[in-house]
Write a protein that binds this ligand. Structure first.
Ligand code: GAR
Length: 207
């Protein structure tokens, strides 16, 4: 089989994008990060992509009449490059069926809480405000809802006495940067099996 091609969608700092790029360079990910899709041309992640030599599709939502309009352009970029997997890494926009349907089972997201708790925005702050003692991270398939798709992997992070948003975010981000590249390797090796809402991780398939 040919190269496994990955597109990363991000809106901000890009620490997860960087972890994926690094995992490709050091051979952990047997695939190619072929494209960064970003809705904020000034975001730090764009500079990271340029340094890594990853092509960018940059756009500003305000230049389009609807979400469907820019997603159709993104879809064209993805199919031109033969993208196998879309990896959302801090992409802060809801997606429509223009992208969700054709990439069903081939689009994943990382979220900084143990879903279904604390979905949506500011998940780390939500957990602190609620007063839970344990939070974490979730990698899940993307479906039509907000953070509602089948769960692929989760890791717990304990909330310590005296934690604030900064200290907790640091531990959560460190864990994300470990887990996300690992999950992407499961996809490149054909190990992820989806049955209804249940996801099983199988032994590596021959490619
Ligand atoms: C990550 O913590 C990710 O879990 C979160 O955005 C951050 C992006 O950081 N995503 C969401 O909250 C999605 N609902 P990064 O730009 O440094 O990778």
């Amino acid at each position: 089989m040919g190269v496994f091609r990955i597109a990363v969608f991000a809106s901000g700092r890009g620490s997860n994008f960087q972890a994926l790029v690094d995992a490709q360079s050091n051979g952990l990910i047997d695939g190619e990060i072929s494209l960064l899709v970003c809705d904020k041309p000034q975001a730090a992640v764009v500079e990271r992509a340029r340094k890594a030599g990853v092509d960018c599709f940059l756009f500003q939502p305000k230049d389009y009449a609807s979400r469907e309009d820019y997603e159709r352009e993104i879809a064209a970029e993805l199919s031109k490059r033969g993208i196998d997997l879309i990896v959302l890494a801090g992409y802060m926009r809801l997606l429509t069926s223009v992208l969700v349907e054709p990439y069903s089972g081939r689009m994943i997201n990382i979220h900084p809480s143990l879903l279904p708790s604390f979905s949506g925005k500011d998940a780390i702050k939500q957990a602190l405000d609620y007063g839970v003692k344990m939070t974490g991270i979730t990698v899940h398939f993307v479906d039509g809802g907000m953070d509602t798709g089948p769960v692929i992997a989760q890791r717990a992070v304990e909330i310590l006495e005296g934690d604030d948003e900064d200290s907790l975010s640091q531990r959560i981000h460190a864990m994300e940067q470990q887990l996300y590249p690992e999950v992407v390797t499961w996809f490149t090796k054909g190990m992820v099996e989806l049955n209804g809402r249940n996801v099983a991780i199988a032994a590596p398939a021959k490619r």
